[in-house]
Design a protein around this ligand. Structure first.
Ligand code: ADP
Ligand code: MG
Length: 289
């Protein structure tokens, strides 16, 4: 039993206390392993995400957070070498990235790409329509889409002038992040994965982005927030906080765990990881034999 009352599990494969046991599981990640080039990055990630939940993944730089998000989105540079990911009962890993997006898996990038020459408005319209067709809804024409986008712009309090520019081209860091949330507001994903959406935001932009995320979180959708800092979690209250280290989830707790990280830093994570890896190294010879 954990001695620390605010943590409910220190196991690398925790039995999560389920907050909404009746809610459908949207995403089930089991023992996920992945590599980039020849380098193993994810080393056994386990995560169950139900409808209505907000999960935060925290961890030092280089712990594999962005890799996890990119593997879920289907980035071609990342190779899954073991484990499974099930999205609403379907094998997510065998779907093309665009199929995942159409089916409601959204990734807000840590570093959104600029696409010179592609109108932001057109880009948003085409992607929104692809998602609508997948859901059996009619495509929106230019005029209908303009009405929708103007309504959704309010979620992120963005100037309509950004629609007339190329996708993210010359946008500031904060503007790019707002544009990601605008895209999310239009696509209405079922699972939204937001990778460091708070980085590079001043306090006002952070409030707006957090407000947008809260506004879009519904009992039918789930949010996976990847963040370095507690400050985003002051504005968005997670149901679960996971600490990632060396490609796996080392510990899971409630929102208090984020505060503990803020206060204690990550040194204890390193100590726990070293102990775990030591125990694994001790086990290894027996397994080989
Ligand atoms: P985080 O988001 O937690 O900071 P990342 O998932 O970005 O961590 O990176 C995890 C590790 O994988 C880091 O050591 C990083 O250098 C490495 N890595 C990520 N992407 C690549 C890549 N394309 N090529 C080589 N190494 C990579
Ligand atoms: Mg990252």
């Amino acid at each position: 039993m954990p001695s620390d009352p605010i943590l409910f599990s220190s196991s690398p494969f925790p039995d999560l206390p389920v907050i909404r046991p009746d809610a459908p599981v949207l995403l089930e990640i089991r023992d996920l392993h992945a590599r980039v080039e020849a380098k193993a990055i994810l080393k056994g990630v386990n995560l169950t995400i139900r409808a209505g939940e907000i999960h935060a993944v925290m961890g030092r730089n280089g712990s594999g957070k962005s890799t996890l998000s990119k593997v879920l989105a289907g980035h071609p540079s990342y190779t899954v070498t073991g484990g499974s990911v099930t999205y609403r009962g379907e094998n997510l890993l065998e779907l093309e990235p665009e199929t995942r997006a159409r089916a409601g898996v959204f990734l807000g990038f840590q570093y959104p790409v600029e696409i010179p020459g592609v109108s932001n408005l057109e880009f948003l319209r085409v992607s929104t329509n692809a998602r609508r067709v997948h859901r059996g809804e009619a495509e929106l024409d230019t005029f209908e889409f303009e009405d929708l986008v103007r309504e959704r712009l309010q979620v992120v309090q963005m100037d309509p002038a950004f629609l007339e520019r190329s996708v993210n081209e010359g946008f500031s860091g904060g503007e790019k992040k707002r544009n990601e949330i605008l895209q999310m507001a239009l696509l209405e994903p079922l699972v939204a994965i937001l990778d460091e959406t708070d980085s590079g935001l001043d306090i006002d932009a952070l409030r707006i982005v957090a407000g947008g995320v809260n506004h879009l979180a519904t009992p039918d959708t789930a949010t996976l927030l990847i963040t370095h800092y507690q400050r985003l979690l002051d504005a968005i209250t997670p149901d679960y906080v996971h600490v990632m280290a060396a490609g796996r989830i080392l510990r899971t707790g409630g929102k208090e765990l984020a505060l503990e990280l803020e206060q204690r830093g990550y040194d204890w994570v390193d100590a726990e990881l070293a102990a775990l890896e030591g125990a694994e190294a001790d086990r290894l010879p027996a397994e080989v034999a």
